[in-house]
Design a protein around this ligand. Sequence first.
Ligand SMILES: [Zn+2]
Length: 465
Amino acid sequence: MDFTIENALIATQDNYTTASVQVVNGRIAAISSQLDTAGVSVKADNKLLLPGFVNAHTHSSEMWQRGIMSMFPLELWLAELYDFAPLDLEKVYLSALGTAVETLLSGGTTVVDHLVLIPGKELETIATAVRAYQEIGIRAFVAPLIQDESLAAGIPCGDTKQTHEPYFRSTQATLNIIEAAIKQFHRPGEGISIVVAPTGIQLCTDALFRGCVELSDKYNLCRHSHLLETKAQEKLAQEKYACTAVEHLNRIGYLDYRTSLAHCVHLTDSDIEILAKTKSTVVHNPLSNLRLGSGIAPVLKYRQAGVNVSFGCDGASSNDSQDLLEAIKIGSILHNLTDKDYQYWISPRQSVQMAALGGAIGLNMENENGSLEVGKKADLVLYDLTSLSLLPRTDPIGLLVLGRPVNVVDSVWVNGKQVVAEGEVTTIDVKNLRQELFKHSEWQTKRKSKTVAELETHYRLVMGL
Ligand SMILES: [Zn+2]
């Protein structure tokens, strides 16, 4: 349906102007202060119009464990997470919807779901998440999380001799599942893209990475992985490859302009040069990095080196939310600690650009998305500047990024289709979703993770604790 957003505040080079935006066939057809209304009129007085942001890294089914995970570093945290991972498709469906709702209501129009697969029901898991995202109407990059080594292999050996059980499924069988998923679900024109997503060097062999590169080349897919989230992974890379993880991934051809890498906390200066040269994208997940004590990603260095950076919430078990505006705020001002030269600090306008265009670049869709330009897809968000949390009136983008915006998203369109109106999601019944999330869960406190008990002594030993 064609429409015209009338009298919205939009950002100019270094100021704001009031303009109307015409959307025809899902694309921005005109932006001007003097426009006739085409199609339905949407009144946008005192509302700020921005391109939709990208939640560039999350794991939707972690929603079921938010608020309860122990205070652990990643390696032990993962062990606990997997011991209690939801194994039914109904839960996968509900948490995908929940992740999408929270992303939309915090300014996101695209989500990258690094989706944890239920063993033995891999394609069904993917189908379920795809169905949820299609129903709610968010643009989704579904990135089935794959590995071909067992969890213990992700912890460095140190001086000990460690052997690991083989993973329960062969590398080729895993790649076959991904190729089947691509054939069934990869429909970028309809807003659903499949991404090849080996979880990271800590749990994947070169054969798996190479297989993913082949699929990515064959079907022109984005590539997505975790990278050097923790000190332990930095150590492990040296044990595995006798070089850094980035040098190794570059050597095997994994890094290119379609590759986005979550975290990137522990990189060397020459690693950063490799990311710049290969045009890889860093997805910054500040809340997760704080929650798991992983460290502060050198985001200011990335920006100075010309590396594209976008923002992610990471899964809700390490966050413990999916509020993209919160991730953008913390992910911006956190770095004022890392460089005393304030000229490099990230301004609110730069944050918005990283979240929208940076996100689009990381998903190889910057020609179609990520900014308010004629011809681009209408993935748009209107913010209500009369909300108490955005008053009194100063700089709207400054208020949005540096403030604590509460219920400020008024309307959202994805591909020109409205999915949020007057602050409410219109495509699904959110009241019913709340009831279902309540029904499928219970108040709980302490849990005992068997795998943590098995791994903890070794982890403490090799990490010198
Ligand atoms: Zn993650």
